[in-house]
Design a protein around this ligand. Structure first.
Ligand SMILES: NC(=O)c1ccc[n+]([C@@H]2O[C@H](COP(=O)([O-])OP(=O)(O)OC[C@H]3O[C@@H](n4cnc5c(N)ncnc54)[C@H](O)[C@@H]3O)[C@@H](O)[C@H]2O)c1
Length: 344
């Protein structure tokens, strides 16, 4: 296999374009064609000078790429991934890895059995800010982790809801947005042991929720709250604050607050707070900052996928890991509906 791995892009919508841009700047990977029945995809293929196919099997049989990026609607993730695995070709599957936990596990088993890697597109894990935060928590730089407060509050424009599926069950911010926060908490703070949740549709009055609040206990006993809303005129979200997606107007705010027994950490700024001398609330806390090398997580994810295809690196998020994130995310709606605590 050459040092540049070739991949087909299946599904050239919003995130497909991000992958095209990411791959264009990443070493060791090259998108060689696009498969998407939408006529707009033909235009996009033209823009990037790539051959266009309406069907992913035709792309595969014609171009014989080393792997594929599956950036189609959720229901197609697992069926398409299984077909590529059966051909011995690694895949990057967008999040959520599957529609159900059972389906996610089925994909993980298939990848194991075929000995072909699956990478799931939890792109935030490729952001150096979150890698640094994870390192700080793991090495005990904050002391024992006590709590984390996560704000994922933003305003989706009215036009976003013109598509009916976004107003109906499954199309709301829990499955679309909260899944990123659940994955971030697992990656940075630790595994989730139990949760309670409330959801609300009081503002938009659609069938689907517009807001949610989740309360988590982690295996390390830290307590985490996540406040989520797609109807709040607010700068406090990773999406707006991190600058990861240039389509959003950057807020310069902070969205994640981790508290430890020795120090606290805010994200995405990596700003710390600690007592320089005597500890306690009568003493002044000193702000500090953690140095890091910024990088675009979409480019880094593409570089990593190339290395995964060549078996130089193991997937940072494999199908089983992503299924765990899906399981916890689905449990948020379950807990809210039943009014009971969910244990994992
Ligand atoms: N990682 C992230 O931050 C992130 C962000 C957005 C979306 N996503 C995920 O990516 C996936 C796509 O989301 P999107 O916002 O790009 O949606 P989108 O609707 O903009 O794009 C989906 C594309 O898939 C195409 N498609 C549908 N059926 C197909 C088929 N049989 N073969 C090939 N192409 C087909 C559609 O024509 C469309 O162009 C979803 O699973 C979503 O959850 C991830």
């Amino acid at each position: 296999m050459s040092v540049v791995s070739t991949v087909g892009l299946i599904g050239a919508g919003a995130i497909g374009r991000a992958h095209l841009n990411g791959a264009a700047q990443a070493a060791g990977i090259k998108i060689v064609g696009i498969a998407d029945p939408n006529p707009a995809a033909a235009q996009l293929a033209n823009e990037f000078g790539l051959p266009h196919f309406t069907d992913h099997r035709t792309l595969r049989d014609t171009l014989q790429p080393d792997g594929a990026i599956i950036a189609t609607p959720n229901a197609l993730h697992v069926p398409m991934a299984l077909e590529w695995l059966a051909e011995g070709r690694p895949v990057l599957v967008e999040k959520p890895v599957a529609g159900t936990v059972e389906e996610g596990r089925q994909l993980a088993h298939a990848a194991d059995a075929a000995k072909v890697p699956v990478l799931v597109g939890h792109h935030r894990r490729h952001n150096p800010i979150l890698r640094k935060a994870r390192e700080l928590v793991r090495e005990g730089a904050l002391g024992r982790l006590v709590s984390a407060s996560v704000l994922a509050t933003f305003l989706k424009p009215d036009a976003y809801f013109e598509q009916a599926w976004r107003r109906s069950n499954g199309g709301g911010p829990v499955l679309i947005n909260l899944i990123h926060e659940i994955d971030l908490v697992r990656f940075v703070c630790g595994e989730i042991r139990s949760l309670q949740a409330l959801t609300s549709n009081a503002i938009r009055e659609f069938e689907v929720e517009d807001s949610a609040a989740a309360l988590l206990r982690l295996d390390n006993n830290a307590l985490v709250t996540i406040t989520l809303s797609d109807t709040a005129a607010s700068p406090w979200s990773w999406d707006l604050a991190s600058g990861e997606n240039p389509a959003f107007s950057r807020s310069q705010a902070e969205s994640h607050f981790l508290c430890g027994t020795n120090a606290s950490l805010a994200l995405p700024t990596l700003r710390t707070w600690r007592y320089p001398g005597e500890r306690g609330w009568f003493q002044p806390l000193e702000p500090g900052s953690i140095a890091f090398q910024p990088a675009d997580p979409y480019i880094e994810q593409m570089r990593h996928f190339g290395a995964v295809i060549r078996r130089e690196e193991a997937p940072l998020t494999d199908a089983l890991d992503a299924t765990r994130t899906l399981e916890v995310t689905l449990a948020v709606r379950q807990a809210a509906q039943s009014g009971t605590m969910v244990y994992f």
